[in-house]
Design a binder for this molecule. Structure first.
Ligand code: PMT
Length: 411
């Protein structure tokens, strides 16, 4: 499987610029691929591009209004040119004609696409496509060099038979190559490629009878974000999920469990095959001693007493399997956030712990955003502001990767 085939762009925003050339039909395919891999895509077309393919096609595939005209009030109202450029995590122009490259190199902004090219501050890539003589022309090559020197990623054209009948270099790079370049720009050089990561997410449920259980408000969002971020960076991910309403993420083996004991059993089954363990799950510490197979009758009782016993601590149980694996835990705290999290970091033998203050109203359980503090064994502390769970997931993975590489170097 190539890196491009594994690439995942879940939650990432890609702005695709399309200029006029015969390979525009491949841009339509590119939009589909980006969408299939979870990206949100917005397309901007030059007037010449619309001669080869209709904006309607691009709009249907991208499920977003297509940007065409600088001076269209409708376009500017849906997403103005400045907003469109700021919105994007990645800006790719494919195909990029010789004309576009020349304008981009000189800073000419005479239409929507070239104007956006000057506004965009996210990573930018161009995939040129043109006749082979045009491609090798010194002017085009100078423009390519200029753009490259300014940090634009050039996705070189492929070689072969061109639409005009000539043979040589000039046809749009294969989609797989473009996707791989997009992945590298978004995530670095797929820094988790070759790694296997086990992630737990969501709550556990501990039943007292067929209709009643003890649980907590974990939605699974944080754990799923970590699993998806790791997959996007090239890792092979296994997700053990408690009951959540989230759907199994594409390309991730997802094991559904209900109780802490089931989560432990699944984690035991999978720990050997994984190099990292990230325990995001909010595991119930206690479970009812008795689990009735029949619904408990009310029978007029005003009070009932529920006897509880402790569940196994999954991280503690997996301590013997740690070896040189990287273990990351989470801590849900309502007081003394960093002190309590540090105690858990040390007592559970973790490399890192992510501490959440669950008393905050805008983060933690169920929310789309989280605010967390990352604590490491050697006193490392990093306090993250409120951010999306996906962004936080990437920050956690960034630091985990640093630790992992340092351990590999020293060991
Ligand atoms: O799912 P979301 O709605 O997105 O919410 C995310 C979250 C708030 C659940 C998440 O960010 C979080 O904080 N998860 C940890 C919750 C928790 O159980 O914390 P804890 O402090 O009780 O446990 C500390 C660590 O031990 C955790 O890594 C936990 O998975 C692990 N643990 C806990 C109990 C147990 N029996 N076995 C364990 O392995």
């Amino acid at each position: 499987m190539t890196m491009g085939e594994k690439a995942n762009f879940h939650g990432r925003k890609i702005l695709l610029g399309v200029t006029g050339g015969i390979s525009v039909y491949k841009s339509a395919e590119l939009v589909r691929e980006f969408i299939r891999r979870g990206a949100e895509v917005s397309v901007v077309m030059t007037e010449n591009a619309t001669r080869f393919i209709t904006p309607l096609t691009m709009e249907s595939l991208s499920r977003n209004p297509v940007g065409l005209d600088m001076f269209s009030l409708t376009d500017e109202r849906t997403m103005g040119h400045i907003d469109r450029a700021k919105w994007a995590d990645l800006f790719i122009v494919a195909p990029a004609t010789a004309n576009y490259l020349a304008k981009a190199a000189c800073g000419i902004a005479d239409d929507l696409l070239t104007t956006i090219s000057l506004v965009a501050r996210c990573p930018v890539a161009v995939a040129p496509a043109m006749n082979t003589n045009m491609w090798s022309h010194p002017t085009v090559q100078d423009n390519i060099r200029t753009l490259e020197e300014r940090g634009v990623k050039i996705i070189p054209p492929g070689e072969g038979e061109l639409a005009c009948g000539d043979k040589g270099k000039g046809r749009l790079a294969d989609l797989d190559i473009i996707i791989k370049a997009a992945q590298e720009l978004l995530y670095g050089a797929c820094d988790m490629s070759g790694l296997s990561v086990l992630v737990t997410a969501g709550p556990t449920r501990e039943s007292m009878d067929p209709v009643r259980f003890i649980s907590n408000p974990s939605s699974g969002k944080m754990g799923y974000a970590i699993a998806e971020a790791a997959r996007g960076r090239g890792a092979v991910v296994t997700l053990i999920s408690g009951p959540t309403s989230l759907k199994d993420p594409d390309g991730i083996e997802t094991i559904r469990v209900v109780t802490a004991e089931e989560m432990l059993a699944a984690a035991r089954d999978h720990i050997e095959a994984n190099q990292w363990l990230i325990m995001t799950a909010a595991v119930a510490d206690y479970r009812p001693v008795k689990r009735s197979t029949r619904k408990t009758k009310k029978d007029g009782k005003k009070k009932i007493t529920l006897e509880m016993e402790s569940n196994p601590d999954i991280l503690m149980e997996l301590a013997t399997a740690k070896g040189d694996r990287l273990y990351v835990g989470f801590a849900a705290e309502s007081e003394s956030l960093e002190d309590n999290a540090r105690k858990k970091l040390l007592s559970k033998g973790l490399d890192l712990i992510v501490a959440n203050d669950i008393t905050e109203r805008d983060s933690g359980f169920e929310k789309d955003e989280n605010r967390a503090t990352l604590l490491g064994r050697e006193g490392y502390v990093e306090r993250f502001p409120l951010m999306s769970k996906l962004e936080l997931a990437h920050r956690i993975l960034d630091h985990s990767s640093v630790l992992w590489r340092a351990a590999a170097k020293n060991g």
